[in-house]
Design a protein around this ligand. Structure first.
Ligand code: 6PG
Length: 251
């Protein structure tokens, strides 16, 4: 059963998201000595990252014990404005760079020959970081942040696409789909997303209301609304919605 929390606007949602990330980091560090966080792209997360970088919030986290990964990436250079790495770097990591060793930052490799090679390299990097052998079960990130597309996509797992069925790879390439900008992407797959200890959805705006309602109250297929496939058997799922995104919920 998902934990659904509704906030008056996207700013309040972003503040709650920043608090959630801080709490999750502190708990993971207390329990296991480190915190592994997966970033998402998108406008709502961007506000949360900016808030987290503010000195009074940033001071609450031992950043040297935090390790940063990405759930999906557009196959563009880091300084391209469409880069999810670039967005997280500008809004959070650059402002706190004095506290974060560069070795803690694990962007998806967009310098590879193509997104398929980049996906393979990232899977290898994850295996190395988590100390897992080939063919092992996927790693459990402490916290995976996700947005939701207005079509119900998560990360770069788009409706009707074969990437939704992947069970034997941790990371795959994904074609542009219907969303602008039309660039190839790299994405974590369901097995990795569902191995998380915590998943936090950040969803704002009335354009998301129909997909949110369908996923939380309906019975759509994963092919139609990929977000419904986020069901970590050993983890929690929390939805932070603004009231526009929640406007079609009936319960
Ligand atoms: C990305 C992600 C995508 C995103 C949703 C929601 O674009 O980086 O791949 O899954 O989280 O499209 O994006 P917004 O929060 O900007 O609406």
């Amino acid at each position: 059963m998902a934990d659904v929390r509704i906030w008056p606007n996207a700013d309040e949602l972003a503040a709650q998201a920043a608090d959630f990330i801080i709490t999750s980091a502190r708990e993971a560090i207390a329990a296991r000595g480190r915190f592994t966080l997966v970033f998402t792209g998108g406008s709502t997360p961007e506000r949360a990252y900016t808030l987290l970088s503010q000195p009074h919030m940033a001071a609450q986290v031992e950043w040297a014990k935090c390790f940063f990964f990405w759930g999906d990436e557009r196959f563009v250079p880091p300084d391209d404005e469409r880069s999810n790495y670039g967005m997280a770097w500008r809004t959070l990591l650059e402002p706190i760079r004095a506290s974060v060793p560069m070795l803690n930052i694990w962007p998806m490799p967009v310098e590879a020959h193509g997104p398929a090679q980049g996906a393979g390299l990232y899977a290898g990097a994850l295996a190395k970081f988590f100390g897992l052998p080939p063919g092992a079960d996927p790693p459990s990130f402490d916290l995976i942040l996700l947005g939701l597309g207005d079509d119900g996509h998560v990360a770069s797992l788009f409706p009707g696409h074969p990437t939704l069925d992947v069970t034997d790879q941790w990371v795959v390439s994904s074609p542009p789909g219907t969303l602008p900008p039309p660039v190839d992407r790299i994405t974590l797959t369901f097995p990795v997303l569902n191995a998380a200890r915590q998943v936090l959805f950040l969803v704002a705006g009335s354009n998301k209301a129909e997909a949110v309602q369908d996923i939380l109250e309906g019975t759509p297929t994963i092919q139609k609304r990929p977000g419904v496939g986020i069901q970590p058997p050993h983890g929690t799922v929390t939805w932070l919605l603004d009231k526009d995104a929640a406007s079609k919920l009936t319960k």
